[in-house]
Design a protein around this ligand. Structure first.
Ligand SMILES: [Zn+2]
Length: 108
């Protein structure tokens, strides 16, 4: 028996999930990630995705992990950039402390 090229969506019950390869946009930890070339069953009604094999599930997750790592490192970079100009007051305070320590050591 040949498999039908449509299947029912387990999520919303729509009868017309279509098999194919697509780029999938999903929200992970509040970030919209786009996973490329995902093979599986796609529901046009609710966007549900069913993997056709453990391999496609694994490659999907690998891309998600890589994208999350990438996102975290770009986030860290932009944080560093934002922090640098505002370091002023605290570095001034730090140098003030260093100065008072220096004064004390010259006094003694
Ligand atoms: Zn659905």
């Amino acid at each position: 028996m040949a498999q039908t090229d449509k299947r029912q969506c387990a999520s919303c019950g729509a009868p017309d999930m279509a098999y194919g390869r697509q780029n999938v946009s999903r929200d992970f930890e509040g970030a919209a990630l786009t996973i490329l070339d995902v093979t599986g069953w796609f529901c046009s009604a609710c966007g549900e995705l069913e993997f056709d094999s453990p391999e496609s599930a694994r490659s999907f997750l690998e891309q998600v992990t890589a994208l999350q790592r990438q996102r975290r490192s770009t986030q860290a970079n932009s944080l560093n950039r934002n922090v640098t100009p505002s370091v002023g007051p605290s570095s001034r305070a730090a140098s003030g402390i260093a100065q008072s320590i220096g004064d004390r050591s010259t006094n003694s």
